[in-house]
Design a binder for this molecule. Structure first.
Ligand SMILES: N[C@@H](CCSC[C@H]1O[C@@H](n2cnc3c(=O)[nH]cnc32)[C@H](O)[C@@H]1O)C(=O)O
Ligand SMILES: [Zn+2]
Length: 432
């Protein structure tokens, strides 16, 4: 097994005080052996390779906890609309024409963009998930996969069977790089009996649930009319929160909703750019965090963002709360935690999200020898308020380099872009 020593400015994300301006990370095979100041690698550790990145920040890979990867194919296809007309008039008709192969190439495009912007793990909810799994395995990244299920349609049960099959085939596959969750789409697209069916299947397998919750005011109104309570109360009354749940959005919450989320240890995937673009609202992130809810970060699909860049998303998350609450809300280090350690917790990956001995070697290096990073007063502030996707130099997942010096090692970028262009334009032409 290859031994690697990386030298640079190390930000382990294992606590606010941890930072080594002249640090090193020792990697043996797929795991981190040591993290600390220069010279901290264990005695007798003889690296096969020394990677000198003294002008780079070395940090954990970023974790995108809510996306629909293949929606890269819809990037720029349907903009400037609110959620329901966007879904019903534009997105769903386009998605109805996607083949398994289209979803594979759309996912490959997403993974290319994610690797380039330092994302090493994604949580995806979509269809044709066996092909998504194949894409992730070949890209070399990590993922929590959920089959998106719209339970009101006749295909709800078929989708549930696919999710069960996906769990059996892929959970913990690829040296543990894949996990599988269950993906009932939302309380307004899945009836209560279907949600309970999903819950009991997930429970019997020990799997988590990934669902959209309380995204728009229209959803609050729909659920109030149908069930006389809030979406959070409705899902809680159905028993959905009795196992591990990742709730995307959670924009519109009452104080009682927040208490339920905290008590049931529901994790929240916050997607500020999608929420702004679809005019959904601003999630009460500090209020949730104060109550002990784990809030992680996501981009949502590329049709409501329109990129998968978590550096941009971190910046938006911070700025949004400063605008909504006050300038001290959501400081930089907390935002970095949302994009790393908290993301790992939300997805159930126990050994990623920070740089620590025994953890899996999922890390990135960020090129700090650029004008927008001087003077170097605060590394966390620079990463959140000044960095962008193109600053990422190297990406390692599970001890394997998948991007080095901005060159992708696991994917054929030109081919992927050409396939995506051809397939998306073909579908758009059919829909004219
Ligand atoms: N219709 C699919 C399964 C749904 S996957 C997840 C769905 O979530 C949709 N989606 C994307 N972003 C959002 C959002 O912000 N809110 C609600 N749904 C979204 C997305 O377009 C996709 O249809 C099938 O059975 O073939
Ligand atoms: Zn979504």
């Amino acid at each position: 097994m290859a031994k690697l020593l990386l030298r640079g400015m190390v930000l382990p994300m294992s606590g606010a005080e941890d930072f080594y301006p002249q640090g090193e990370v020792a990697v043996d095979g797929d795991r981190i052996v040591s993290v600390g100041a220069k010279g901290s690698a264990p005695r007798g550790f003889e690296p096969d390779r020394l990677l000198d990145r003294s002008n780079d920040v070395i940090m954990p890979g970023l974790i995108n906890t809510h996306t629909h990867a293949a929606m890269t194919l819809l990037r720029g296809y349907a903009d400037d609309l609110p959620l329901m007309p966007w879904l019903e008039d534009k997105v769903w008709p386009f998605e109805a024409k996607l083949s398994d192969e289209d979803i594979y190439w759309g996912t490959m495009l997403a993974l290319t963009e994610m690797i380039r912007s330092g994302t090493t793990t994604m949580s995806d909810m979509y269809a044709s998930m066996d092909r998504v799994a194949e894409a992730v395995l070949s890209a070399g990244t990590r993922a929590a996969l959920a089959r998106g299920m719209i339970g009101s349609a006749a295909n709800g049960l078929q989708a549930l069977r696919e999710n069960i099959e996906l769990y059996r085939a892929c959970h913990r596959a690829g040296e543990g790089r894949l996990r599988v969750m269950f993906g009932p789409h939302a309380p307004y697209t899945c009836p209560g009996d279907f949600l309970q069916r999903v819950k009991s299947e997930a429970e019997s397998l020990g799997a988590g649930i990934h669902i959209h919750v309380a995204e728009t005011e229209a959803e609050i109104e729909t659920i109030r009319q149908e069930h006389g309570r809030t979406p959070v109360q409705w899902l809680n009354d159905l028993g959905l929160f009795d196992g591990p749940v990742l709730a995307a959005h959670c924009v519109h919450l009452t104080p009682a909703d927040m208490e339920i989320l905290a008590e049931k240890q529901v994790c929240v995937a916050h997607n500020p750019e999608s929420n702004m673009k679809l005019n959904s609202g601003t999630a009460p992130v500090p209020e949730l965090t104060r109550r002990g809810v784990v809030v992680s970060l996501g981009t949502d699909g590329a049709s409501s963002n329109n990129n998968l860049d978590l550096f941009g998303e971190m910046r938006s998350a911070a700025l949004q709360q400063k605008l909504r609450v006050d300038s001290s809300a959501l400081p930089a280090y907390e935002v970095l935690e949302m994009a790393t350690v908290k993301g790992a917790r939300a997805l159930g990956f126990e050994e990623v999200g920070m740089l620590a001995p025994g953890f899996k070697a999922d890390l990135i290096t960020v090129d700090f020898d650029q004008p927008h990073f001087y003077p170097r007063f605060s590394i966390p502030a620079h990463l959140v308020y000044a960095a962008h996707a193109g600053d990422v130099r190297d990406v390692m997942v599970n001890g394997r380099m998948i991007m080095e010096e901005r060159r992708l090692l696991s994917l054929d970028e030109k081919k992927i872009c050409a396939e995506a262009e051809k397939r998306a334009k073909g579908i758009a032409r059919e829909l004219l």
